[in-house]
Each structure stands twice: as structure tokens, then as C-alpha cells.
Write a protein that binds this ligand. Structure first.
Ligand SMILES: *Cc1c(COP(=O)(O)O)cnc(C)c1O
Length: 387
């Protein structure tokens, strides 16, 4: 078996050996040992965000989208109305989920490079009293932009509405304290900043909101009230749990605590990001976002506008060197993304930059005439701003 590649993606991502090791045993899902592991999982998830006193943790089998869908289906009732604050693809996905669930839904949209503005949210809530729930993405993984969660949570709470936060690509690294930031539900998954393996989403939810949501979900599987009641009854999962994924996530959560918690993890990711950005700029690449709104989670770089760098070739050349980067997801500009999360540190990013530099040098040698590589290595490309 060849060595694992370094994943520079928003998840699944590079995991620690101990996390992968934790999957090398079998578990009986109704055995006391696994029930204890599930209890530890739920407890540790709450502790990451300081939600032990105010929220309950409800894990659900599946990818991150599954928990978003289950939360909207369960918490937004047939007579409610959801307002989604959109500045990227994951916000749009919440709108699509609500529509598919036949829930009343509206959106306020910002350009992908602009953070959501609390004042506009306040105006919208004052103008439409029928809005009962507001949904926001913490770090929009489309670009890597950071939305101002504490300010928006305060606006929503001040207007007496429920707040649903998609913290998928931030939970475990970016600051989120449920003791000071009011949120009805926080949604995330196993395979992003928690550095577990994929297969599990979870919601931290205020129990009173869950109680009120009994019977709301039109889906049997995507019913977080029923899922919660199952755990409360006997500590067991309603349906077959992904036992190895749970074991790996508990190990990864112990690792997060050992690292020093979310603050320490954020510092490591920030160092990864800073190393990456400095190196990429030196090589002539331009960051898509303004640094003021950039989270240290995933960086979007513009494709050089001359068209001489082709994503697929660039990807393949880096993959040959052991690094997997990520395609862009912008609607408005050619781009690619490099994730800064996972069990990686600045040395991995230094090696990545060497691989990128050698890739560009090789493309220079291979090209006839004045190639992309020579331009790139001799002087920084002057990248025009987006058309
Ligand atoms: C990853 C992610 C999701 C869920 O994606 P899946 O592919 O279903 O795991 C949802 N929201 C955000 C912000 C994400 O980054």
C-alpha cells in the first residue's frame, strides 16, 4: 500500500496516526463499551463549544449535509419561516434543503467576497415578523470567508428568533463559545477541524427547541428529536452507528484537548495559512479574499489570468509529489483552493511550497518558448483583478 497523500482539502483531510489506529477494532453497537464511547463523544462535543449547561449533542450518521438537512427538517416547522444569510455555496445549499422540505424560506445574498452584514439582518428581521429562524454559515468554505458570528447571533437573539449556525468548517478551531454567543443549534461534522474521519455529523441544540420540534420532521431518519430521544432513553443509537468513525472521532477529540483546545488548534492553522500565503505570494499567486475577512481554514487563489496554468495539470503534478489540492468553487472567477486544516503543520506547507515551485519550474522546462514557468519564477505574475 502506498503512503497516504497529504490532503490540502476542507475534508476529508489528513488525520493523525492515532486517529486512524482507533478504527482497527470492532465494536458491538449495543455493548456497554460502545454506549460509554457514545456518551464520551456527546460530552466532548459539547465541551468544545462550552455548551455543557445549555445544549445537548445529537450525532447523526452521514456527511455534513445530512446534519444540516436533519436540523432544518426538525427545527423549522411547517408553520415557520427560515431566513438564510448567503455568501457562498453552503448558504445556497441550506436554501435548497428548506425548499425541498417545503419550508417557507427566504435569503439575503452577499457577493462571495463580502462578509454577511449584521445591520442588514437586523433590518430584515424588523421588516418581517413572520421569520422565525435565521441560518448562517460560520466559515463559508466556498471561499474561506469568515462571517461575524457573535454580532449576528446577538442581532438574531435580540429580535427573538432562533439561530442555526453551520459551523461545519470552523468547529474545533475558530472561536465559538455558547455561553456568550446565543445559538439555538450549531451544526458540524467529524472530518473537518476536529480532524476525524468522515461519516458523522452532529448538532448541538438547546433542549427546549428540540422539545418543541417533536413531530416536525417529514423524514424518519432525519429527525433530530427522535434521534435525541433515542440517546436519552438508553444511550444507544436509533439505527446502525458508524462505530469506527465514532471511535476515531473520540480519539481525535482527545487529541484536540491534548493540543490545548480550539485556541491552540486555531494557532496552528493560522501558522499553516500564514506560511502558505507568504509562499504563494512569493510565487506570484494572488489570494481571492481580502485578508481582513479571510479565516485560516482554506485559502482560495486566483488562477493566473493568462490561461497558461491548467488546474488539472497543476493538480496532477502536485498529486505526483504527494499533495492533493482542491478545485475552486467560485461562481465568478477561475480559482483553486488549498486547505490549511488537518493534522498538518508549517513544515508540511513548506514542503508543499517546494513542490509547487518545482512543479512550476518543470512546466517552464517543458514549455517551448517563453513559458508560464519562466514568467512565474522570474517575476511575480501581475494578476488582473476579476473581470
Ligand atoms: C463541508 C461543509 C458542509 C457539508 O458538506 P458534506 O460534503 O456533506 O460533508 C456544509 N457546510 C459547510 C460550510 C461545509 O464546509
Amino acid at each position: 500500500m502506498s503512503e497516504s497523500p497529504i490532503l490540502l482539502t476542507p475534508g476529508p483531510l489528513t488525520t493523525a496516526p492515532g486517529t486512524r489506529q482507533a478504527m482497527l477494532r470492532d465494536w458491538g453497537s449495543r455493548d456497554p463499551a460502545f454506549i460509554a464511547l457514545t456518551a464520551e463523544l456527546r460530552q466532548r462535543l459539547l465541551a468544545v463549544a462550552g455548551g455543557e449547561e445549555s445544549h445537548v449533542a445529537v450525532p447523526l450518521q452521514g456527511s455534513g449535509t445530512f446534519i444540516v438537512e436533519a436540523a432544518i427538517a426538525t427545527l423549522v416547522g411547517p408553520g415557520d419561516k427560515l431566513l438564510v444569510l448567503v455568501n457562498g455555496a453552503y448558504g445556497e445549499r441550506m436554501v435548497a434543503i428548506a425548499q425541498r422540505m417545503s419550508r417557507a424560506v427566504e435569503a439575503i445574498r452577499w457577493p462571495e467576497e463580502r462578509a454577511v452584514e449584521p445591520e442588514r439582518v437586523a433590518e430584515a428581521l424588523r421588516a418581517d415578523r413572520s421569520i422565525t429562524h435565521v441560518a448562517l454559515v460560520h466559515c463559508e468554505t466556498t471561499t474561506g470567508i469568515l462571517n461575524p458570528v457573535p454580532e449576528i447571533a446577538a442581532v438574531v437573539a435580540g429580535e427573538g428568533r432562533a439561530f442555526l449556525l453551520d459551523a461545519m468548517s470552523s468547529f474545533g478551531a475558530l472561536e465559538l463559545d455558547l455561553r456568550t454567543t446565543p445559538a439555538t443549534a450549531v451544526l458540524a461534522s467529524s472530518n473537518k477541524c476536529l480532524e476525524g474521519v468522515p461519516g458523522l455529523g452532529f448538532a448541538l441544540i438547546q433542549p427546549a427547541a428540540l422539545e418543541r420540534a417533536a413531530g416536525n420532521s417529514p423524514s424518519l431518519s432525519f429527525d433530530l428529536h427522535a434521534q435525541w430521544k433515542g440517546f436519552e432513553k438508553d444511550g444507544q443509537w436509533r439505527f446502525t452507528p458508524p462505530v469506527q468513525v465514532v471511535a476515531a472521532l473520540v480519539e481525535a477529540l482527545r487529541g484536540l484537548e491534548a493540543e490545548g483546545g480550539p485556541q491552540a488548534r486555531r494557532r496552528r492553522y493560522q501558522e499553516n495559512f500564514d506560511t502558505l500565503l507568504a509562499g504563494m505570494r512569493r510565487l506570484g499567486f494572488e489570494l481571492f479574499l481580502d485578508e481582513a475577512v479571510q479565516a485560516p481554514i482554506i485559502a482560495t487563489f486566483r488562477m493566473p489570468p493568462d490561461g497558461r496554468l491548467v488546474f488539472r495539470d497543476f493538480y496532477d503534478a502536485l498529486a505526483d509529489r504527494g499533495f492533493l489540492i482542491y478545485p475552486g468553487k467560485l461562481t465568478q472567477a477561475e480559482s483553486f483552493r488549498i486547505g490549511c486544516i488537518g493534522a498538518l503543520d508549517r513544515r508540511d506547507f513548506e514542503r508543499l511550497l517546494e513542490a509547487i515551485e518545482s512543479t512550476l519550474a518543470t512546466s517552464q522546462a517543458a514549455s517551448s518558448g517563453p513559458g508560464f514557468g519562466s514568467d512565474l519564477l522570474v517575476r511575480p505574475l501581475s494578476l488582473e483583478s476579476r473581470a
